[in-house]
Design a protein around this ligand. Structure first.
Ligand SMILES: Nc1ncnc2c1ncn2[C@@H]1O[C@H](COP(=O)(O)OP(=O)(O)OP(=O)(O)O)[C@@H](O)[C@H]1O
Ligand SMILES: [Mg+2]
Length: 275
């Protein structure tokens, strides 16, 4: 089946992120370099949510971190809205990366605890010198409303919020600069099962409302099935399979995907396997 291979089709016009033949390795003290990611191809289009799934150590976070500029690829292209981040000089790449935003797993560690919600959400606008005070305030109100936080959340400190509220603040902060791409690495991992779906539903709402593209790194296949248009399955640093979510999970082309699906359906009958 052709979807199991990784031949690169020309990107359609609405492609926001296009990764081609990405390879990343890490040096280890006293040892050889270890390949974390090998020859990965992946695209995310406008208003699309792509799930990057696979077991622990598969290389999912490394792909996301390479896109964010946190690790340097050995080889390959990472095109954001058509421009290759890998080939660009630092300053230009940094400017281009303003059009993407990350949401991490742990909203306790990734949000400044001493700031008030409105300040946390406004911070990216301040850092990138976007708008004056009044424009920033207006934009903060807009995105807080988009993530269903009310005016009385504005003045609370982050440490006074619940885990679910914190992740909504993280999403609001991600959206405030109107990015083209959101990279979300296990954004629901710290949340209870019931809140996970809520957050994924909210991401879906935001995608439909703003057209932002989302790369959602997760090991949770049930969530991926619920919230992702397409899936890219990684194992040991390589893509083993990709396609429409229903096709990949309904009729896996690769035995590894079939094993993940079987493990997930077993796990859903037990308690949370990762918690
Ligand atoms: N900074 C680093 N230095 C050395 N090795 C690393 C580094 N980051 C990741 N690796 C290695 O690269 C491989 C891929 O790691 P990665 O974090 O991308 O996996 P993952 O798919 O996100 O796994 P998980 O589901 O557990 O988060 C692993 O073998 C990991 O040990
Ligand atoms: Mg990871």
């Amino acid at each position: 089946m052709s979807r199991a291979t990784s031949t690169v089709d020309p990107a359609p016009a609405d492609t926001v992120l296009q990764i081609e033949q990405l390879t990343v390795s890490f040096g280890h003290r006293g040892g050889d370099r270890v390949r974390a990611v090998t020859g990965v191809d992946l695209t995310v289009a406008e208003a699309e949510t792509v799930g990057l799934v696979g077991g622990s150590g598969a290389g999912k976070s490394t792909v996301a971190r390479a896109v964010a500029g946190l690790v340097r690829p050995d080889r390959g292209a990472i095109r954001l809205c058509g421009s290759d981040l890998v080939g660009l000089r630092r300053g230009a790449a940094r400017r281009l990366r303003r059009t993407l935003h990350l949401v991490f797993q742990d909203p306790y560690a990734s949000l400044p605890p001493t700031l008030r919600v409105a300040e946390v959400v406004a911070e990216p606008l301040v850092i990138h010198q976007i708008g004056d005070r009044a424009e920033r305030d207006g934009r903060v109100d807009e995105v807080l409303a988009a993530v269903h936080l009310s005016a009385h959340h504005r003045t609370r400190h982050v440490h006074q919020l619940s885990g679910g509220e914190r992740q909504r603040v993280a999403l609001a902060r991600a959206l405030v600069t109107r990015p083209r791409l959101i990279l979300a690495d296990e954004p629901t991992a710290m949340l209870d099962a019931s809140l996970r779906r809520e957050l994924v539903d909210l991401i879906g709402e935001l995608v439909r409302g703003s057209g932002v593209a989302v790369l959602h790194v997760t090991h949770d296949l049930a969530l991926a099935q619920h919230g992702c248009d397409r899936l890219v399955v990684m194992r040991a640093g390589r893509v083993v399979e990709s396609g429409r979510t229903g096709d990949v999970l309904g009729a896996p082309a690769h035995p590894y995907t079939a094993a993940l699906v079987a493990a997930a359906s077993g796990a859903s009958r037990r308690k949370d396997p990762h918690g």
